[in-house]
Ligand binder design. Structure first.
Ligand SMILES: Cc1cc2nc3c(=O)[nH]c(=O)nc-3n(C[C@H](O)[C@H](O)[C@H](O)COP(=O)(O)O)c2cc1C
Length: 393
């Protein structure tokens, strides 16, 4: 590739496919760096391959993320939280990868499935593929600071929207409310639909943020209850706390938006979420970034799904990189999935186009997997399509 294409100036960036969205983004441009401070390396835009996106992401994100051939928690990011790694020895992150890799797909080729339908209904919104962006915050302290908050929200939500699915807007523990509001302003001004991830702050602070999200065209809310251990990251006047069942019930009643409790890793806590009246749960260990040494999400998901037994919606995340991973998680009992680090890398490598490229790639891979396992629709995916290692059942 020519150097002129490699080094992207801000002017060229604005000429690219995100130009319209960035220039109309009210909350965004005020926080975008001036030409004088412009970093030399810029994300790619326009026509690009996934490999190019990954290579550019490496240049943008190192040393936070080295974009390893496999993102399995064993790269140079071990223990880097803040950063892109996992807590402690990154064993929870690794367990996500290992437990998902251990699930195998049963090939089935004698049937009438031709062009499978990968779309689902997600709380009233039709999405093209059962994966949405996971809430990921901290463009500076976690991702290296090459993208501004506005560029990041625009890339994630714009790219997901282009691919027919939903982006996500996060709420950083230490962020004052106006930073969160600015992210929502960016989303609102661009007209994209997304989910919003809230932190387990004090009840009144969560409810205040719920009101802002309700005005921003948000499809669903998550609260990552497993961030409760991060009170040390909170700043003056802000804190996070573990929640009781009564508090969960209060939060569910406080908003008309579907509320999903994120960070659920055991059947008994899934049961409490059902009792709270929550719309759903996200089976997640936060990418191994909160409590070190947890099991992998693919290994705990079947027992949680059995306990929930259809009484609330189940999402799951953890090292999802391919369409086959989506099929595995759905076969294990989830209705929809989230992808975190891979979307972040795609945003850094190719802005909205990189994100759309990754999401479309997942959809195409899922379609192939559905043909080869005999699923015409997402609802047809079930446990007979996978082989689960003994220790997981
Ligand atoms: C850099 C980074 C920032 C994150 N920030 C948040 C956050 O603000 N809220 C949240 O609910 N989860 C957050 N997460 C966790 C993700 O939502 C997700 O649960 C996790 O990354 C697992 O998905 P992955 O293995 O595909 O990355 C973050 C993860 C990463 C890597």
């Amino acid at each position: 590739m020519e150097m002129s294409k490699v080094f992207f100036s801000r002017r060229n960036l604005l000429k690219g496919s995100v130009a319209a969205t960035l220039t109309t983004g009210v909350g965004g441009l005020s926080s975008v760096a001036t030409a004088a401070e412009e970093p030399k390396i810029r994300p790619l835009t326009g026509k690009m391959t996934y490999e190019e996106v990954r290579n550019r992401a490496r240049e943008m994100m190192m040393p936070r993320c080295y974009v390893c051939p496999e993102c399995n928690g064993r790269g140079p990011c071990v223990g880097q939280v803040p950063g892109f790694g996992g807590m402690g020895a990154s064993r929870g992150f690794q367990a996500n990868y290992d437990s998902l890799a251990a699930v195998q797909l049963n090939s089935r080729v004698i049937h009438g499935v031709h062009v499978p339908d990968t779309s689902i209904d997600f709380f009233g919104t039709r999405i093209s593929v059962p994966v949405v962006a996971a809430p990921t915050g901290g463009t500076t302290y976690n991702m290296g600071g090459k993208l501004t908050e506005a560029e990041f929200v625009t890339a994630i939500c714009g790219g997901c929207s282009k691919a027919g699915t939903l982006g996500a807007v996060a709420d950083g523990i230490g962020d004052p409310i106006d930073v969160f509001e600015k992210r929502l302003d960016t989303l609102k001004s661009l007209g994209f639909k997304a989910i919003v991830g809230l932190k387990p702050r004090l009840q009144k602070d969560i409810i205040e943020r719920m009101r802002l999200a309700e005005k921003a065209g948000v499809v669903a809310l998550t609260i990552d209850l497993d961030s409760a251990g991060r009170a040390a990251r909170a700043t003056k006047g802000q804190t996070v706390e573990p929640k009781t069942l009564e508090q969960l019930k209060e939060l569910v009643k406080a908003t008309h938006l579907p509320l999903l409790f994120k960070g659920i890793m055991t059947p008994d806590e899934a049961e409490l979420c059902v009792q709270s009246g929550a719309a759903g749960i996200v089976v997640s260990n936060h990418g191994g970034r909160t409590l070190a040494d947890t099991p992998g999400t693919a290994s705990v998901l079947p027992r949680i799904a059995d306990k929930v037994n259809g009484r609330c919606y189940i999402m799951v995340d953890g090292t999802l990189a391919r369409g086959t991973d989506i099929e595995k998680y759905l076969a294990l009992g989830a209705q929809c999935t989230l992808a975190g680090r891979h979307f972040v890398r795609a945003a850094h490598g190719g802005l909205a186009d990189g994100v759309a490229l990754f999401a479309n790639r997942l959809r195409n891979e899922l379609a192939v997997a559905m043909v080869l396992t005999g699923a015409q629709t997402i609802k047809d995916i079930n446990r007979t399509m996978i082989t689960i290692p003994q220790s997981s059942c």
